[in-house]
Ligand binder design. Structure first.
Ligand code: PEP
Length: 265
């Protein structure tokens, strides 16, 4: 890491866990990460049904409760949708926007992602904005076209955000849930490129302050090498976040990278 940005380790539960399971998980996680949250932001992105539980349990702790999606209107005739004020109302402070599963399976476009990110930010929720390419796009040499287009679409919509208000997550789609991880060097290269573009679009101060996570089959065995990359500010984790103990190990890996940087400086 070697920079001033506080790393974030984020659990994306996707469509998993009943309320009781969510409760057990957070009760197990909290004591394991209590001493780590000064150095690492720990976020749990729960389904809407267990979000109030996670939100309530997060209230008296340093972990952040988050939603996995939102709609860009605040209220009205939008059956099945959930708005930013509703998400805040149950104690959440963050929301994932534009996860590749939303884009690929539910037809979200760069435009809807940009509207959602804007609404989250305006409402005081921290958007975790996901970008990433498919295997076909990567193999055809189109990785940067895809990723830079996604980043531009969102940055054009946001109104000069401060670096600490938004988070980006580079998640190559071929690495999500597949067990195939980008090499630490590939993750660094892509995230460094994204930071460069964010500098052009949002200014150098924004680019220095904004956190960019890596996501795609992170697990305790590969987390340290990924976290050691200078532009990687943490991880967005699916499969390996479903057990509290395994997620806590990832938080420890992020904390260890901070400690190594401190020792080295
Ligand atoms: C994700 O869902 O954002 C993700 C990175 O999943 P996994 O860690 O399972 O690849």
């Amino acid at each position: 890491m070697a920079n001033e940005r506080k790393p974030m380790m984020a659990a994306n539960w996707k469509m998993n866990k009943l309320v009781r399971e969510a409760e057990d998980y957070v009760a197990r996680l909290l004591p394991r990460v209590a001493d780590l949250t000064d150095d690492v932001d720990v976020a749990v992105f729960a389904p809407f049904t267990s979000l109030p539980t996670v939100g309530r349990m997060a209230e008296d702790s340093a972990i952040i409760a988050g939603a996995q999606n939102l709609y860009f209107e605040d209220s009205g005739a939008y059956t099945g949708e959930v708005s930013a004020p509703m998400i805040k109302d149950v104690g959440a402070g963050a929301v994932i926007v534009g996860h590749s599963e939303r884009r690929e399976l539910f037809g979200e476009t760069d435009e809807t992602v940009a509207r959602k990110a804007t609404r989250a930010l305006d409402a005081g929720l921290m958007p975790i904005i996901c970008v990433g390419e498919t295997k076909e796009e990567r193999d055809a040499g189109g990785m940067w076209d895809k990723v830079s287009g996604q980043v531009r679409a969102v940055m054009e919509a946001l109104d000069s955000p401060s670096g600490d208000a938004v988070v980006f997550a580079y998640e190559p789609i071929w690495a999500i849930g597949t067990g195939e991880t980008a090499s630490p060097e590939d993750a660094q290269e892509a995230i460094g490129q994204i930071r460069g573009l964010l500098g052009e679009l949002g200014g150098e101060e924004f680019a220095r302050g904004v956190r960019i996570l890596y996501g795609g089959s992170i697990k305790p065995a590969n987390a340290a090498d990924i976290m050691a990359q200078s532009d990687v500010d943490g991880g967005l984790v699916g499969g390996a976040s479903l057990e509290a103990d395994s997620f806590a190990e990832l938080v420890e890996a992020a904390r260890d990278s901070v400690s190594r940087d401190r020792d080295a400086s």
